[in-house]
Design a protein around this ligand. Structure first.
Ligand code: SF4
Length: 284
């Protein structure tokens, strides 16, 4: 892995999309060693010198100094910050750099609300700080789990924690004051979309006492389609033709989407799992 330390000019990034419950995001790293085959964030490496998104990880070594300046500014209004929009803040490199501990300490100091989503059980290292912050302000921790099958996960998300480890981490986080979410995103056609797999994941969300569960389809747009289908061709060649049929364009066909949607709805009803995070958002 290539590690590049550099100095960031700013920590908080204002987002253009208005449909999100937050206006700012913060990325401690650029690049992500989880190596998800469907990764939507790889294009964020386009303008960097070292271009391998999964191997060349840029570390914003001055992130806590610069964040403190921004959080203490009289112009800052304690908006919700999404930590990790284009990388996983708890990817492997965080074991050494421990930047997230510094970030969370600052959030505690300034009582600033946050949303964090991850595919790593390394987040448990910071559960003390997460709980402390959640006692002061809004904290939402989402665990993303796309399959209950370790073999699928090892192939599709090779650098992330195994599904059972993520599930166990979510169970622990639910004991804290933070709101917790289960993100089944993206649903993986043919690899983890059968009824048993989907039911297991909804059951896990319920057993982990997640406050809500979000589900989302796999989209194969732009460069993702070529990369993902090349992975399918090499690893699951038996599904290549089915993928081509299901994805004439960037999205799966309508019948498939409504079949999956209806099944998940029935499972959420069966296991009493809420599908909205907005009811937990702080009212301004
Ligand atoms: S965790 Fe997110 S950013 Fe990291 S490789 Fe996977 S999809 Fe990309």
């Amino acid at each position: 892995m290539g590690i590049v330390e550099n100095k960031a000019k700013s920590a908080l990034h204002k987002l253009k999309r208005r449909s999100l419950p937050y206006k700012y995001d913060l990325n401690v790293y650029r690049g992500c060693s989880h190596g998800c085959k469907y990764c939507y964030a790889e294009s964020s490496h386009k303008y960097l010198t070292k271009k391998n998104f999964n191997k060349d990880i840029y570390v914003k070594s001055n992130i806590s100094d610069i964040l403190e300046k921004e959080l203490s500014s009289p112009n800052w209004n304690n908006e919700i910050i999404n930590i990790g929009g284009v990388c996983d803040s708890y990817q492997n490199i965080e074991k050494d750099y421990q930047l997230m501990r510094e970030i969370l300490k600052l959030m505690i100091k300034y009582k600033n609300p946050v949303i964090i989503s991850t595919k790593s059980n390394l987040i448990l290292r910071d559960l003390d700080l997460i709980d402390k912050l959640a006692n002061l302000t809004y904290v939402n921790i989402a665990m993303c789990i796309t399959s209950s099958n370790s073999n699928v996960s090892k192939r599709v998300e090779p650098g992330a924690s195994l599904p059972k480890e993520r599930y166990k981490a979510l169970c622990e986080i639910s004991k804290s004051k933070a709101f917790t979410g289960f993100h089944l995103m993206p649903i993986l056609p043919f690899l983890a979309d059968d009824k048993d797999s989907l039911e297991t994941l909804v059951k896990w969300a319920s057993q982990a006492k997640a406050d809500y569960m979000l589900t989302g389809m796999l989209y194969l747009t732009g460069g993702i389609k070529k990369r993902y289908l090349s992975f399918i061709k090499d690893t699951y060649p038996e599904y290549l033709e089915s993928y081509s049929t299901l994805y004439p364009k960037g999205g799966a066909n309508k019948d498939y989407k409504s079949k999956i949607h209806n099944f998940l709805k029935s499972m959420r009803n069966k296991y009493n799992v809420n599908n909205s995070y907005s009811i937990f958002l702080p009212k301004n």
